[in-house]
Write a protein that binds this ligand. Structure first.
Ligand code: SF4
Length: 196
């Protein structure tokens, strides 16, 4: 099976519950949305076609993150299963996915272990997967009313400052979180430390 890949690189996870963990990131090309403040617009274009073995050979850490673009545009079962079977690490590899929530996400041995869902205004904040954590980019339009109440207090829910309007977004995140104990203000450690 072939995948259109933007890039594969190693770095720490700079946000969310896997914060600080060294990971291999697999960035899939293509997205079904066009968010105005998208900070990975390069992923909208075609990348390089890779077969599974090429991807597997570039995995250097037992924590792997599927990101994009939107990785759920691809069938992920076969690749996930092969990653889980890698025996070169002292622990079973764990896969997280960063998704915009517009598609279901496979889980289990032929799927991912951790789902980070960032619902988007362009998709009416729809959530078609079963997230382990939620992340909302806080722009001028964002209101906590878009967060489904059934997730509040059950899973981590991050308010992510919008890089296109950073200072005012940080203030808005702060104000919202201080008025809602179920929400957390997120950080992007890789930007703070100037890492990839
Ligand atoms: S869903 Fe993510 S990758 Fe796609 S346009 Fe929006 S911010 Fe960019």
């Amino acid at each position: 099976m072939e995948y259109n890949i933007c890039e594969i690189f190693d770095s720490i996870q700079g946000e969310g519950s896997w914060l600080g963990i060294p990971c291999t990131f697999v960035r899939f090309a293509g997205c079904n949305l066009r968010c105005s403040w998208c900070d990975t617009k390069e992923s909208w274009s075609d990348g390089i076609l890779m077969i599974e073995d090429e991807i597997l050979s570039r995995i250097h850490y037992p924590h792997i993150i599927f990101t994009g673009g939107e990785p759920t545009l691809y069938s992920l079962q076969s690749l996930s299963e092969k990653i889980h079977q890698l025996s070169c690490f002292s622990q079973k590899p764990q896969i997280a996915i960063e998704t915009n929530g517009t598609n279901p996400v496979p889980t289990g041995d032929a799927g991912v272990d951790w789902i980070v869902c960032s619902p988007k205004p362009m998709a009416n904040y729809s959530i078609k997967c079963e997230p382990n954590e939620l992340k909302y980019v806080v722009d001028d339009e964002f209101t906590p009313k878009v967060i489904p109440p059934n997730f509040l207090g059950k899973i981590p829910i991050w308010l992510q400052p919008n890089n296109a309007d950073f200072d005012s977004s940080v203030q808005k995140c702060y104000q919202i979180a201080m008025n809602n104990r179920d929400l957390r203000v997120g950080v992007q450690l890789h930007r703070l430390y100037n890492l990839k």
